[in-house]
Design a binder for this molecule. Structure first.
Ligand code: AMP
Length: 151
């Protein structure tokens, strides 16, 4: 059984906790904003990873970024959705983790980010570490600790 006090839990590899790439909704750098907005709306996520055709990670695209890109002075210029591509508006300045990183590093990043993308040593996308998954595991451990205390 994993232990919070010994550091066994926080020292585990990120790889144990990620949602793997094939289960993660994503868009490609060359997709237009209309496609990206469609994927975001249909999946219900506010932000998703941006990959290239070789599955290398490049950044994140989100509904606020898309809306900002098509915001005109007097109206929302929806016609721009078709012409702008994800690469033009995505956020490249996001932290990443590698699968061998300890969970402790991921936990720190999850304070400010709802999820963090995980890549291999060459930058190929492996999956995402989400707050939900980590909080679920932490909750189970805290529950175990409480049970031990009352034993
Ligand atoms: P959660 O902690 O499950 O609420 O997820 C936090 C964020 O991670 C979501 O708002 C999405 O931006 C992203 N996310 C979670 N699961 C997926 C998925 N399967 N595909 C793409 N993005 C995801």
């Amino acid at each position: 059984m994993m232990d919070l006090q010994t550091g066994e839990f926080l020292g585990k590899n990120i790889g144990h906790f990620i949602i793997s790439s094939e289960r993660v909704a994503h868009v490609q750098i060359g997709n237009n904003l209309e496609h990206a907005l469609l994927v975001l709306t249909k999946t219900g996520y506010t932000a998703i990873p941006v990959l290239d055709p070789a599955y290398k990670f490049h950044g994140l695209i989100s509904s606020p970024l898309i809306l900002d890109a098509i915001m005109g002075l007097e109206r929302i210029e929806f016609e721009k959705l078709e012409h702008l591509v994800v690469e033009d508006v995505m956020n490249r300045n996001v932290p990443t983790l590698i699968v061998k990183d300890p969970l402790e590093k991921g936990l720190k990043l999850l304070i400010n980010h709802p999820f963090v993308c995980t890549v291999d040593e060459e930058g190929y996308f492996e999956g995402i570490l989400t707050r939900r998954v980590v909080l679920k595991q932490l909750n189970a451990l805290v529950h175990q600790l409480n049970v031990k205390k009352t034993d």
